[in-house]
Design a protein around this ligand. Structure first.
Ligand SMILES: Nc1ncnc2c1ncn2[C@@H]1O[C@H](COP(=O)(O)OP(=O)(O)OP(=O)(O)O)[C@@H](O)[C@H]1O
Ligand SMILES: [Mg+2]
Length: 346
């Protein structure tokens, strides 16, 4: 029983903008991103390379490189005891507490970044020790329990060096490490990208099982739509630093309202014609130092009108918990329904 009013939002991001200072000028990597992450929810972030997915999540963890600036916005996290945390205002000591214990991240390409001379067990002991947990027995028990849950041979893996493990095993070690201090939010940046298809399957199955058991919320970054479709409750499409559409997974995949989401769906290889045809979205993402006026997607958009070229579309409700920033949302939906993506990911 709790005395708080019922509100299960663990992470609320409001109007967050992040830029990088580069020799050519200010690069706007994330522009006015807003979303709420609920308890136990999996949010998938999809979008082409360079659209700002990693920057957004590094921002959430306050792990941005030194040439990055948070230009505005709020990140509000709610602890298990209900206490609100203003993430952008945490000092260094509070940040150390926040990372891993409240919110942890498995980094993109982390697979190859494991220090080869440090045994798995020492990574776990060191991480725990950095958070004041020095009872090695407890750390070991927790690690072995997590290894079992992610389907690793606990004793063997605990004592192994990274090079003795396959890519998929290392990925699961990193997942277990991210869960060591029982965070409420786990950010996974492309967890299935660098591994083969069978390993990818194992990782997905493990993730699905473990998030039920341990009840954490996930932000899942992927450019593989079928993986996102399988994992997510909610999907957010990012384009050129903006969240251009967000909504329940089935809504986004079956009733898309943004031309770019539709483009991504059409770019999924389709097997129905008997052969695999890959349609990619023509053109390339815009320069984020001098982005185009109006809707940033208009240059590549088959639905674009004069209005799209000058006036940026606002992110507006189009259904229950579904928002899209597209002037031609009605035409996009009609097109999607007429071309029913029966073999789209589900
Ligand atoms: N340290 C940096 N300094 C300057 N620009 C950067 C830096 N890191 C990223 N960028 C730029 O910021 C933009 C967003 O990059 P980001 O890595 O967040 O994209 P992403 O969606 O994660 O891409 P990917 O799918 O390739 O991982 C890109 O234009 C990228 O070139
Ligand atoms: Mg990235």
């Amino acid at each position: 029983m709790t005395f708080n009013s019922h509100n299960d939002v663990v992470l609320s991001v409001q109007d967050l903008s992040i830029s990088y200072l580069t020799p050519r000028g200010r690069l706007r990597a994330v522009s006015h991103a807003s979303f709420d992450l609920h308890q136990g929810e999996t949010l998938a972030l999809i979008g082409e390379s360079g659209c700002g997915k990693s920057t957004l999540n590094l921002g959430l963890m306050r792990l941005l490189p030194t040439n990055a600036r948070v230009d505005g916005g709020r990140i509000e996290y709610t602890r298990r005891d209900g206490a609100p945390i203003d993430v952008l205002r945490l000092n260094d000591r509070q940040l150390r507490q926040f990372r891993w214990s409240e919110c942890s991240m498995v980094f993109q390409a982390a697979l190859n970044s494991l220090n080869p001379v440090i045994r798995v067990r020492d990574m776990f002991y060191d991480t725990a020790a950095a958070h004041g947990k020095r009872f090695r027995r407890q750390v070991r028990d927790r690690a072995l329990d997590l290894f079992r849950r992610v389907r690793l041979d606990p004793e063997r893996v605990f004592n192994a060096y990274p090079h003795e493990l396959s890519g998929g095993m290392r990925q699961r070690v990193l997942l277990a490490l991210a869960l060591l201090l029982n965070p409420q939010v786990v950010i996974l940046d492309e967890p299935t990208t660098a591994v083969d298809i069978l390993t990818q399957r194992t990782i997905i199955e493990v993730l699905k099982a473990i998030r039920e058991e341990l009840n954490f919320s996930t932000i899942f970054i992927s450019h593989d739509l079928s993986v996102a479709a399988e994992m997510a409750d909610t999907v957010a499409t990012m384009y050129a630093g903006e969240i251009v559409e967000i909504g329940p997974v089935y809504e986004l995949f079956y009733r898309p309202r943004h031309a770019y989401t539709l483009g991504l769906l059409e770019a999924v290889p389709r097997l129905s014609a008997g052969e695999e045809e890959l349609v990619s979205i023509p053109g390339s993402p815009p320069d984020l130092i001098e982005p185009p006026a109006g809707c940033k997607f208009h240059v590549r958009c088959p639905f674009a009108t004069d209005r799209c070229r000058v006036e940026p579309p606002p992110l507006e409700p189009v259904g229950e918990n579904h928002l899209a920033a597209c002037w031609e949302k009605a035409r996009v939906l009609t097109h999607a329904l007429e071309n029913a993506y029966h073999d789209a990911p589900r």
